[in-house]
Design a binder for this molecule. Sequence first.
Ligand code: HEM
Length: 407
Amino acid sequence: MTLESTAAQPAPEVRFWPVDDLDRLTPDPFLDAVLRDEPVTRIRLPYGEGHAWLVTRYDDVRLVTSDPRFSRERVVGRPVTTMAPTPVASHTAGLQYIDPPRHTGLRRVVARAFTARSMERLRPMTERIAHQLLDAMEESGSPADLMEHLHTPLPIAVVCWFLGVDEGDWRAWAGHSEALLSQADAKERNRSARETTRARVVDLLRRRRDEPAEDLATVLAAAAASGEITDDEAVSLAMAVYVSGGHAVRNNSGSMMYALLTHPEQLDRLRRDPGLVPRAVEELYRFVPHRNGVGIPRIALEDVELGGHVIKEGDVVYNAYVAANRDPAAFPDPDALDFDREGPGHLAFGFGPHFCLASLMARMEADVMITTVLGRFPELRLAVPGDRVEFQREGLIRGPRSLPVAW
Ligand code: HEM
């Protein structure tokens, strides 16, 4: 079918999306409205230039993210409308800004560290650290902040272990973690955190070249030494894993715990039937709005018809996984936290070639955190009313700032 033969509608009006901070787990009303009224639309974001398409329906998001007619690489160096003041693509080596086949090659290198053996060792290590952290929380006494005691340190420990950082250094690495993804008003802090972390990564890779171990740093150092990837790529891959690993799980698992603590019926059910946790974790991944706004866009390499519109070659296209996870066509009654939900898989980890590299790790972490907390604190409850729990402001990723709990 040629594009000329289809009855494409005129391009939709460009809507301005301010991407304001939202309370707690409130779904973005802009995305809900677009999904309902004009699921393939055009937007202008607060920064950058021009406008872009925004795709929100479950099926359309899966198409845009897996169809090679949409390129990530073409975003590099291109002024696009964005939600953050920093340039979208400031470096080219990043995994997220390249297309197959180079992308496939880099992913293959990183995948060598996600062996069945390393994943097998990861769970008991995560459980051990979770218990240590909760021992300390118990000692400090009720009430306590679960973000400080568990959701912040645990994911950093896991990703440090995976990368190959010595256990004694985890605390030092953790110090810069939060600042790495903070927004513009903390630009200086962000830059210095990035530089410090980069220097640590470079040092770790150098050490692993001479003293190999069983970790991601060794895999990356070996691939760089053999010329399979460049030194820059090794560093940027390690950074990508470190930054995404700690921050994403911290916030997402904190939001999951908040969702459970504010849904007492579902929480009771999980307490009575811990075997339900893996299923509950999947529904929580769908239910939790992981991020504000949208991530990195793609560029159409040719004209593509979608939802009755023609996306022209060269057009910028954003997709919203959080909206797709609330598409009633895929998830009836999307506001309900329903552990019995049947149907398609959620898109919290993305879709297509850029699908989250560490979904298994993130799933395991959420499972361990929920299982351990519920097992050890059968009376756990929020220490303040649910609507008083403070969430991040101006962050890219949404999640509680603190989670005061009592037991
Ligand atoms: C709750 C936890 C997490 C969520 C919800 C999440 C979600 C996502 C999403 C939506 C994407 C982007 C898909 C796209 O670009 O279209 C992504 C990519 C990525 N994630 Fe995760 N992630 C999580 C945890 C992690 C962890 C623990 C790590 C590392 C240890 C990690 C590493 C990455 C990397 C490196 C990419 C880029 C992959 C690529 O472009 O090929 N993520 N993740």
